[in-house]
Design a protein around this ligand. Structure first.
Ligand SMILES: [Fe+2]
Ligand SMILES: [Fe+2]
Length: 135
């Protein structure tokens, strides 16, 4: 059973952002399934790295869209991303040393992403939506 299923409450209404969020959830679910199946590091480590890399890519994409929103909102959102990436770097270092606890990363990222998507990212999408309205 997947860890999290995409549902309407997670939709921000911005096509590109939503598409990337579904990819992120799919990678989270893949990691969950590998852990459930009792797969070892040879399987989980590449999925962990993919998850981390995709998170970075996704943040860069959102941040590129932020040129269209007020600077203050962009700054707050970017610093939120930066804090997460700091934690992610620690997980990455654990992965390099071979002492990562995959379940810990999974639980942390799942909780963080759900809160971030339904709060900060929805706010971003609504500001981008306003940007598209004619003045
Ligand atoms: Fe975000
Ligand atoms: Fe996002």
């Amino acid at each position: 059973m997947p860890l999290i299923e995409w549902n309407a409450s997670m939709a921000t209404g911005h096509m590109e952002i939503d598409a990337q969020h579904t990819v992120l959830l799919a990678i989270l679910n893949r990691l969950h399934e590998a852990i459930q199946a009792g797969e070892g590091e040879a399987i989980t480590a590449p999925v962990i790295r993919e998850l981390i890399e995709y998170t970075r890519y996704h943040f860069r994409s959102e941040e590129a869209l932020m040129v269209h929103i007020p600077a203050e909102a962009a700054l707050a959102h970017k610093s939120n991303h930066a804090r997460l990436l700091q934690v992610v770097r620690e997980f990455e270092a654990q992965c390099d040393r071979g002492d990562i606890e995959p379940q810990e990363l999974l639980d942390f990222l799942k909780d963080w992403l759900l809160v971030h998507i339904t709060g900060t990212d929805k706010h971003l999408a609504s500001l981008l939506g306003k940007e598209r309205q004619p003045a």
